[in-house]
Design a protein around this ligand. Structure first.
Ligand SMILES: Cc1cc2nc3c(=O)[nH]c(=O)nc-3n(C[C@H](O)[C@H](O)[C@H](O)COP(=O)(O)OP(=O)(O)OC[C@H]3O[C@@H](n4cnc5c(N)ncnc54)[C@H](O)[C@@H]3O)c2cc1C
Length: 199
């Protein structure tokens, strides 16, 4: 393993691999990622992989919209299929208060340019025939939402990061993070001391 790196990423779940992918995209090629097990062996492995873009904050919504667009291009870019399925999502209302909330969500989505629309109960049933319409008062549909394979996505991000120079090591556990003058200077692993960082 390298003895020096500009940044050390601890954990090879979807977040760590995404950080590696995006740092290398910005030109940080001198980075090391370590995971104590295999890539995706943490909670990423258990995720359902549902991707709903409309969130309660502007930042989160923009991040989810960016994610959906990233998943669309990752296969061409990395050669690895992240298993992205833009099958759309349904949100249902079975009370007047929830129906009002859904209508507010449609208006909120328009400010982001998200194609969230109110649909009839019949249309909702056509989209998802397995559910019952008992008690259903209304529904909204966002066709650009979807689900992804969390492991496939993580591997695609890792491949993209590696292609741009990131070093990825599995089976390496971080034991200690050492600091100098308040900045991280060294990462101690069960594979020895190192890498040192730029802080
Ligand atoms: C049942 C379930 C369903 C979910 N469904 C969804 C969903 O539908 N949509 C959604 O967006 N999110 C969902 N999530 C949440 C999502 O899975 C997590 O937000 C995401 O996986 C977190 O990724 P992570 O990389 O931060 O963590 P992890 O995947 O847990 O990665 C952390 C990594 O760090 C490594 N590590 C830990 N300690 C050390 C150490 N000392 N040294 C080296 N490596 C170390 C671990 O081995 C692990 O691989 C779900 C989660 C669960 C459990």
């Amino acid at each position: 393993m390298k003895e020096h790196a500009r940044a050390v990423i601890i954990g090879g779940g979807v977040i760590g691999c995404s950080i590696a992918y995006h740092l290398t995209e910005r030109g940080w090629t001198d980075i090391v990622l370590v995971d104590k097990g295999e890539l995706t062996s943490g909670s990423t492995f258990h995720s359902a992989g549902l991707v709903g873009q409309l969130r309660s904050s502007v930042t989160l919504t923009r991040m989810m919209m960016y994610s959906a667009s990233l998943y669309t291009r990752l296969k061409d870019e990395t050669g690895h299929d992240p298993g992205w399925h833009p099958v759309g999502s349904l949100r249902l209302a079975s009370s007047p208060a929830r129906l009002e909330d859904l209508r507010r969500q449609v208006a909120w989505a328009k400010t982001f340019g998200l194609p969230l629309e109110s649909i009839s109960i019949r249309e909702a049933m056509d989209l998802f025939p397995l559910m019952t319409d008992e008690g259903l008062l209304g529904a909204i549909h966002l066709p650009t939402d979807g689900w992804t394979d969390p492991s496939g996505l993580t591997q695609a991000l890792a491949i993209g990061a590696r292609k741009r120079g990131a070093s990825i090591h599995t089976g390496v556990r971080v034991l200690e993070i050492r600091t100098t003058n308040g900045r991280v200077s060294e990462v101690v692993t069960d594979n020895g001391t190192g890498p040192q960082t730029d802080g």
